[in-house]
Design a protein around this ligand. Structure first.
Ligand code: NAD
Ligand code: MG
Length: 414
């Protein structure tokens, strides 16, 4: 087995001379999962797929198994697992099919696994990401909800488990690339003044409040720059995505909320910046294509080809910036407030947001009901210090209950 040098995140010196690395991809059928497989396919000499997981999409996971021949495939439900197993047997493939949430953690922490791509969407990604951290894996973290819900526990598990954590979210990957990563030190000690987290502004950057109230599902799912799964696409439209990313940056880079500034940059070419005390501002640029941060995480500290086309600055011509409007996008304000409130507040914010986005995608509520629901759940909930993962699971379930009763009361009114 190829051993990845643990705790290399701090030393920036992970071993790069490994033989073939075994990779588990959590959320393999999603946008990040499939792009990860795309990059891996370009480097058969460096990576082998150990396990692929998905919630319910049997056909997509079957197709990926045929192509990548993993040792394991995991599906959430037993029906989906047995359907996949039947199809694989008929096709003569040796992939073993596992089922259920525990199996996700098993393939994330298996002793033969070197690298785990954490690309499940939402709170469902927390347990397997924790399992990978405790088992000391190289974790490529796309699932930002893990850090939003359980930032302190997850970062501690990374340290205790001797894991290597590489951020895949494009902004955090950019920051990682331009800042010495020393999570045990405060930013001022390493000369960092502030983090400039760029945001595309989403499809409604120039809309009025009235227009926002009437936004349809199809309009909100039409992101101008990035191709992403439905939940994060809606999060981008409400700017909750940027709010979650502020909290993510807080935990990854030990940054106070006042040191994290959101800058709207519609072209999505600068993926984020770090300003130093001497006035230097370092930025990472590239086409908006997640295969760049994925390849960075897979190859680190080496640089791998990703298939991303060269940035054509002459064609782009100009880069624009403006401040976000927190009145238009209250989700951003709510996320900053949850971060400042601390404790379980971000986990409550995250759970309420997941319920709100689901309801919006099911045409049950309007676009501006999303922040209204989240604010109402936060106001109704008590905020406690975070003590354990089981406590956070309860907090998450409780916030979802409060959110669902808000939805019921709304449907009675309408
Ligand atoms: P997606 O909806 O395209 O895919 C989600 C994957 O998770 C699928 O494979 C699905 O089967 C699986 N899944 C969903 N619910 C599950 C559950 N309950 N249990 C187990 N598996 C489940 O999502 P995505 O766009 O690929 O995003 C994945 C994660 O990466 C999210 O946390 C998102 O915020 C983050 N991220 C995505 C992008 C992007 O460009 N897509 C960029 C930055 C960060
Ligand atoms: Mg991002």
């Amino acid at each position: 087995m190829c051993m990845v040098n643990a705790s290399a995140v701090d030393s920036k010196g992970a071993s790069s001379q490994c033989a073939v690395q075994q990779v588990t991809i959590l959320g393999a059928t999603g946008t990040i999962g499939t792009q990860t497989l795309d990059v891996i396919s370009q480097h058969p000499d460096r990576f082998k797929v150990f396990a692929l997981t998905a919630s319910t999409n049997v056909q997509s996971l079957f197709d990926l198994c045929v192509k990548h021949k993993p040792r394991y495939a995991v599906m959430l439900s037993s029906e989906a697992a047995s359907a996949l197993s039947d199809q694989l047997k008929k096709a003569g493939l040796a992939t073993e099919v596992l089922q259920g949430e525990d199996a996700l953690s098993d393939v994330a922490s298996h002793q033969d696994v070197d690298v785990v791509m954490a690309a499940i969407v939402g709170a469902a990604g927390l347990h397997p990401a924790m399992a990978a951290a405790r088992a000391g894996k190289r974790i490529l973290l796309a699932n930002k909800e893990t850090l939003v819900m359980a930032g302190n526990l997850f970062m501690q598990a990374v340290i205790d488990g001797g894991a290597t954590l590489l951020p895949i979210d494009s902004e955090h990957n950019a920051i990682f690339q331009v800042m010495p990563y020393q999570r045990t030190r405060v930013l001022v000690d390493i000369g960092v003044k502030r983090i400039l987290l760029t945001a595309s502004g989403g499809p409604f950057r120039n809309a009025t409040i009235e227009q926002l109230s009437n936004v349809t599902r199809a309009q909100a799912l039409n992101h101008p720059n990035w191709v992403m799964g439905p939940k994060i696409t809606i999060d981008s439209a409400t700017m909750m995505n940027k709010g979650l990313e502020v909290i993510e940056a807080h935990w990854l880079f030990n940054a106070a909320s006042a040191q994290i500034e959101v800058v709207v940059h519609p072209q999505s070419v600068i993926h984020s910046m770090v300003e130093y005390n001497d006035g230097s501002v370092l930025a990472q640029l590239g086409n908006p294509d997640m295969r760049t941060p994925i390849a960075y995480g897979l190859g680190y500290p080496d640089r791998l080809a990703s298939g991303v086309s060269s940035l054509d600055l002459l064609k782009i011509g100009r880069l624009d910036f403006c401040a976000p409007d927190q009145n238009m996008f209250p989700c951003l304000r709510l996320a900053y407030e949850a971060l400042d409130a601390g404790g379980t507040a971000p986990a409550i914010l995250n759970a309420a947001n997941e319920v709100a986005v689901e309801a919006f995608l099911a045409d049950q509520i309007g676009f501006m009901d999303i922040p209204a629901l989240i604010e109402s759940v936060l106001t109704a909930s008590s905020i406690d210090a975070v003590t354990s993962i089981p406590q956070l699971v309860d907090v998450d379930a409780n916030a979802r209950r409060v959110a669902r009763s808000w939805l019921k009361s709304l449907s009675r009114v309408n």
